[in-house]
Design a protein. Structure first.
Length: 748
DNA sequence: TGTTGCGCAGTTTTT
DNA sequence: CTGCGCAACA
């Protein structure tokens, strides 16, 4: 035990050994947060204050949960399998599986991921004949999820305006359909298990007396409903140990509520907040940058990171001409870092949005550098995987209409939109699932015996209805054949069986570009095998939940040394020797969409704070003057966040070609950085001094006068010669595009 | 019935 | 630029 606690600092030690009481730990980036959490759990168990059975720990990502389990098992010789450690969604799922009956769910209920949910909403909108133009499916999805987050069922939403009334009209049938199919979306997992605990005193008291210790990681990211769930689960004897960092709250957009921290203080009578401010990760300059940056936010709980290490290197800044130039710069720097002996896996390329990875990937590919992209296309979200899972889902739960629709005619088996429409009509008339409507329709047709496989694809030349019957009958036979075939098989073989007999394998074998997909299907069998190996419940239903809840975790090609590419969001909780943060431009980071949201800018700044604090030793910041976005070139000005970092922490890398002053130009305006601040960083080039006929007279940030519109500033430039035009924001006349050939602009 | 081509919209972040 | 949905073909 002593070795476990011996190298903790006093604050960490206090947090780890805190007596049985609720506590709030404010843990800065890199301050050993996870370590404190896991060591506390180990300590509680080892000192006999709690049994593994009596501890519940909740994290925000699957990665964090896994990490926690690994660390605990390295400290204690216990089986962590039975411990309740996981994400909110994962734990709620577990609760609902255990009490599915009391929760009003079928035993084999399935989980809809966002895409499944959206598909279901589209189906419902279509069924209602709703105007998709007017009511975007995404908007409906947003509304439903928000309502659930507020704890409201469709019948409970108070609609005072037309829009809300309309939304409720969609929410109601959506709710019904989910119940009928036996499926639950992400928000449903939370809401339903919350309701279960509210309504069922026996179950509630059972868990209340069982979980003596509840530990919450990333507490700043909890939503209102999650907090209510926690409060409900915590009994009078339960100590809730919450660890969080308000400065790293980056999920407000999906309902995270930092206010929970203050409420927690009140509700749980927290007398003292423990602050972990010593950072063990980054060198001084990086920390200073992060500290200064975040100080621009208001309403912080207050916390300043410090380190006992030296200043370290300056933060390197690169001003690129184009996004391609920026990518080339990154590649060159990565190469030289790598040749200095830094492992590729210790270098991260971070960006604000997934779309930005493209250019980087392209450059890395050409340079033959190994890289790995996190996020983006996830394994369990690939279409071939979704197809295979849909077969499995239908086998587990025939009422899953969404699954049925996905694969009823894939691979093609002659069930077209016509026959489907009939079946859908039947189903809605009978109030039954598509599957039972199909059975009904073919019941008189004497479907082939279940142990005969239907022919793969039918020839042409039959009448439509004949073909429909054949197709539908064949489909039913196929599903039942597979269901019977799978009854006695272990999970991996079930998956293999389905991949093979569904016709998916044959389909992708025949397809020219199908090799990757086939490989992924194989990988799915492997995923099932390792799932059975690791999970305590190796059932098909459990595997399917796993697939929905951990869409991202499974990746092929793990383990080889590769660069790490990811969004800033997914980098939270990680650290790297070197970090490249690219695309530091207004509009991208902070993102345009954040401007209208209240608190949007501050959330972006926290995101920036998270990004900066990922770096241990070296940090690169880069921005580009132009960038391809949505198929056209955009001209951006550097991010305000760059300006918020003190100049003396920065080292400006040489811009592209000698003699160019472009890097300085962008700074002239609209920022009012004084020339003094710029001295030293620009190798002394005087802005606007080298203007001549060859370089354009007009540049971004240039102040101009227009005879009619008055004074303004150039936001962007485009085109050459006769086509050349500029976008100008006038002080009084708004923003306009002007053709240089005609507009009589004069420099101000 | 399946395939192809066109037009259109979209992307912030994740369980 | 891409992926999707919808409209005309084979």
């Amino acid at each position: 035990m002593s070795s476990m606690l011996s190298d903790l600092n006093p604050e960490q030690l206090e947090a780890v050994t805190l007596p049985h009481q609720s506590a709030l730990v404010l843990a800065g980036a890199g301050s050993g947060k996870t370590r404190v959490l896991t060591t506390r759990i180990a300590h509680l168990i080892q000192s006999g204050q709690a049994s593994p059975h009596g501890v519940l720990a909740v994290t925000f990502t699957n990665k964090a949960a896994k990490e926690m389990l690994v660390r605990i098992s390295s400290m204690l010789p216990i089986n962590t399998r039975g411990m309740w450690i996981g994400t909110f969604h994962g734990l709620c799922n577990r609760l609902l599986r255990a009490h599915y009956h009391d929760a009003g769910l079928p035993q084999a209920f399935q989980i809809l991921d966002s895409a499944d949910q959206l598909a279901l909403i589209k189906r419902i909108l279509k069924g209602l004949g709703a105007d998709e133009e007017k009511f975007a499916p995404r908007q409906v999805q947003w509304f439903i999820n928000n309502a659930k987050e507020e704890g409201m069922r469709a019948a409970e939403v108070e609609a005072y305006d037309d829009f809300t009334r309309k939304m409720v009209e969609f929410y109601l049938p959506y709710e019904q359909q989910c119940n009928k199919e036996g499926v639950a979306d992400f928000a449903e997992l939370l809401l339903r298990s919350y309701e279960l605990l509210v309504r069922n005193e026996i179950i509630r008291e059972h868990y209340r007396s069982r979980f003596i210790h509840i530990l919450v990681d990333e507490f700043q990211d909890t939503s209102r409903l999650q907090y209510k769930w926690l409060r409900l689960l915590a009994g009078s004897r339960t100590a809730v140990f919450a660890v969080g960092d308000d400065d790293q709250s980056i999920y407000a957009f999906r309902g995270a509520n930092t206010g929970n921290m203050k409420e927690f203080e009140r509700d749980f009578h927290i007398s003292k907040i423990i602050k972990l401010e010593q950072n063990y990760r980054s060198h001084g300059n990086i920390l200073s940058a992060a500290n200064t940056l975040i100080r621009n936010n208001s309403g912080r709980l207050g916390k300043n990171l410090w380190t006992s290490e030296g200043h370290g290197e300056l933060i390197r800044v690169y001003n690129a001409l184009t996004d391609l130039d920026e990518a080339a710069f990154v590649v060159e720097e990565v190469k030289s870092l790598h040749s200095e002996g830094i492992a590729l896996s210790q270098i991260a390329l971070l960006y604000r949005s997934n779309a930005q990875s493209r250019v980087l990937e392209h450059a890395l590919f050409n340079a033959a550098l190994a890289y790995r992209v996190y996020g983006g296309m996830r394994f369990f979200e690939r279409q071939e995987i979704k197809h295979a899972l849909a077969y499995l889902r239908l086998i587990a739960n025939p009422n899953d209409d969404g699954a049925l629709l996905r694969i009823v005619n894939f691979p093609a088996r002659g069930i077209g939109t016509r026959s489907l429409e009939q079946i859908q009509d039947d189903a809605s008339r009978q109030g039954a699932s598509l599957w039972s409507a199909m059975l009904e329709r073919c019941g008189r047709l004497a479907p082939p015996p279940a142990n005969t496989l239907p022919g793969a694809s039918s020839g042409a030349g039959r009448t439509t209805s004949e073909q429909t019957k054949k197709g539908v009958g064949g489909f039913i036979a196929l599903i039942e054949f597979m269901r019977h075939g799978c009854e006695k098989l272990p999970l991996p073989e079930v998956v293999e069986h389905v991949v093979e007999h569904s016709g998916l394998a044959a389909h992708y074998r025949a397809e020219r570009e199908g090799a990757d997909r086939l490989e992924n299907l194989n990988e799915l069998v492997n995923a099932a095998a390792s799932f059975v190996h690791e999970a305590e419940d190796g059932s098909l239903a459990a595997f399917l939940s796993h697939a929905s809840l951990e869409a991202g975790e499974h990746q092929a090609g793990e383990g080889r040394d590769a660069l790490q590419l990811m969004t800033v969001h997914s980098a939270k909780g990680l650290e790297f020797h070197s970090v490249f943060l690219s695309g530091l431009e207004e509009g991208l980071f902070p993102h345009d969409n954040s401007r209208n949201e209240t608190g949007g800018l501050e959330e972006e700044r926290r995101l920036m704070y998270v990004a900066v604090t990922r770096a241990r030793r070296r940090l690169y910041l880069s921005f580009s003057q132009s960038r391809m976005l949505h198929g056209q070139t955009r001209y951006n000005i550097p991010s305000r966040f760059l300006q918020e970092i003190p100049e003396n922490l920065l080292k400006w890398l040489k811009p592209q070609q000698k003699g160019s002053t472009r890097s300085a130009e962008a700074w002239n305006s609209p920022f009012d950085r004084s020339p003094g601040q710029m001295a030293g960083s620009m190798q002394g080039t005087a802005p606007a001094a080298t203007q001549n006929a060859t370089s354009s007279r007009w540049r971004i940030g240039q102040n101009v006068i227009h005879p009619k519109f008055g004074a303004g500033v150039i936001l962007s430039c485009e085109g050459r010669g006769a086509d050349a035009r500029v976008e100008v924001r006038f002080n009084r006349a708004g923003t306009k595009w002007l053709l240089l050939e005609y507009a009589k602009l004069t420099p101000a």
